[in-house]
Design a protein around this ligand. Structure first.
Ligand code: IMP
Length: 196
């Protein structure tokens, strides 16, 4: 069991997520150090990202002596796929991938899509869980574009920068408008206001 002062653990096996959060963390000027921790977590199939995140967070209980968080995200093609893949994002990425998603769409002019991110924090000083959400809205790109980012980034055109996919942005540009960046801002506000 780990025990550290002023350390906050980010439990993830996803190096892309860790890199995005590290960039935000280093700019945040808060009195915590961020450490990546790879612990096997349990991912359930649930109706929404928050439920998945909550279950995953609770599956870590007792394995880290300190404050820790996880982050769960989903990609939702609202038009024309009624929110698919959503909570199935991970499975769909591993199976049909971005190519498969594009094959399901015939009219790219009218697409609407969003990402949602939930950061789930176990905050030791209060012995409680806290949740911070963020979403970003946009369209689905007709082709796979860009070499940055990960996952569905090469097919997502954010409304705030509609000429580029997320995979064509730098980490800093993506963080400024992304679901994870928004959830992060809420998370950081909490840490600032509750530093113990
Ligand atoms: P999870 O949060 O790791 O469970 O992510 C579910 C799926 O969504 C995975 O296939 C990820 O690759 C994908 N995903 C999560 N966050 C992002 C993102 O910021 N951009 C693109 N794809 C993402």
């Amino acid at each position: 069991m780990k025990q550290e002062e002023n350390i906050i653990y980010f439990v993830t096996g996803n190096i892309h997520k860790f890199n995005e959060i590290s960039v935000l963390f280093s700019k945040a000027n808060i009195k915590y150090n961020l450490i990546q921790e790879e612990i096997k977590t349990i991912e359930i199939q649930a109706n929404n990202i928050k439920e998945v995140a909550s279950f995953k967070l609770n599956s870590i209980k007792g394995k880290i002596n300190g404050s820790y968080f996880i982050e769960d995200a989903g990609f939702f093609v609202d038009i024309p796929l009624n929110g698919f893949p959503g909570v199935y994002s991970s499975y769909i990425m591993k199976t049909i991938g971005n190519k498969g998603i594009l094959r399901l769409i015939d009219d790219f002019e009218s697409t609407q899509a969003h990402f949602t991110s939930v950061i789930a924090l176990y905050f030791k000083p209060y012995d409680k869980n806290f949740f911070f959400e963020g979403s970003v809205y946009g369209k689905v790109s007709e082709t796979i574009r860009g070499s940055g980012g990960f996952g569905f980034d090469p097919i997502f055109l954010p409304d705030l920068m509609p000429s580029k996919t997320f995979a064509e942005l730098s980490i800093e540009e993506k963080n400024k408008i992304s679901h994870r960046g928004i959830a992060w801002t809420r998370f950081i506000k909490f840490l600032r206001e509750n530093y113990i």
